[in-house]
Design a protein around this ligand. Structure first.
Ligand code: MF3
Ligand code: CO
Length: 258
């Protein structure tokens, strides 16, 4: 069942999404060579709590931290640790918070210092896939139109989506219906209606192999060691078209980074 949010609920969801986007950009600005991934987690949690919110990932199915930090061939769900970021790494940051009974969730991948042209391209193709998904989130379209838009964009650029993890609806819960796979034919699944809030989240890599989960039980890595990228925004379906509640996190990051 897909929960439709009222106007009053959407106001809370949008405020939370905006707060999350601000914090996530600040975390991303801290991604630099020699920074420990656990420092990023501590910073994210402090900012969340200072805003009167709580970290939505901490304790979720036993996840031990507030932030997911996934470096290079790590795709998602990397657990913050004493690992230090190196120049040339790509770092995926995924963060969630809850406040006033509603959850917000978003992600982006950034480079530490100079990254290779191949890595730049991976990031930009993944962002393009998310943009295509957002454009597809029109009233009356269907859930799998977002999936199709993501998969088509990625395959056209010679890269591969992660099939094991999906985007999702969000609201009172972190993961609500519908599931939004990163591939598939269009025209399937629920019709998009006013008041739906969705988190499309393309995860893209250089190989077409099943992902591997590390011994920590969380960290998903590419089987070949190829780099992976991940972007996620929260969008609301409205009569005026998709509203990006998180406001374009990559663009906000670029404005602040200068
Ligand atoms: N952004 C992730 C998602 O949408 C959430 C991280 S899972 C957690 O699935 F367990 F770490 F919380
Ligand atoms: Co998500």
């Amino acid at each position: 069942m897909i929960a439709l949010k009222t106007e009053a609920e959407l106001r809370v969801v949008a405020e939370n999404a905006q707060l999350l986007a601000e914090i996530l950009v600040e975390v991303a600005l801290h991604v630099e060579p020699d920074v420990e991934t656990a420092e990023l987690d501590r910073f994210a949690e402090e900012r969340i709590r200072a805003a009167g919110a709580r970290p939505a990932f901490k304790g979720y199915h036993g996840y031990p931290a507030s932030l997911c930090v996934s470096v290079n061939e790590e795709i998602v769900h990397g657990i913050p640790s004493s690992r230090r970021i190196k120049a040339g790494d790509i770092v995926s940051l995924d963060l969630g918070l809850a406040r006033g009974g509603y959850v917000a969730d978003a992600a982006l991948t950034v480079g530490a210092g100079e990254i290779t042209p191949e890595a730049e391209r991976l990031l930009s193709v993944t962002r393009g896939a998310l943009q295509d998904a957002i454009r597809a989130a029109k009233l009356g379209a269907r859930v799998s139109d977002l999936s199709h838009a993501i998969g088509r964009h990625v395959s056209r650029h010679g890269l591969y989506v992660v099939r094991e993890f999906v985007g999702h609806g969000i609201g009172r819960e972190l993961h609500e219906d519908p599931q939004i796979p990163n591939f598939g034919e269009g025209g399937q699944g629920a019709v998009l209606r006013e008041g739906m809030v969705l988190c499309p989240e393309p995860m893209v890599k250089g190989d077409d192999l099943p992902v591997h989960i590390k011994d920590d039980g969380w960290t998903a890595v590419t089987a070949s060691g190829s780099l992976a990228a991940h972007y996620e925004e929260m969008i609301a379906v409205t009569p005026d078209g998709p509203a990006v509640l998180t406001g374009g996190i990559w663009e906000a990051f670029c404005r602040r980074r200068t």
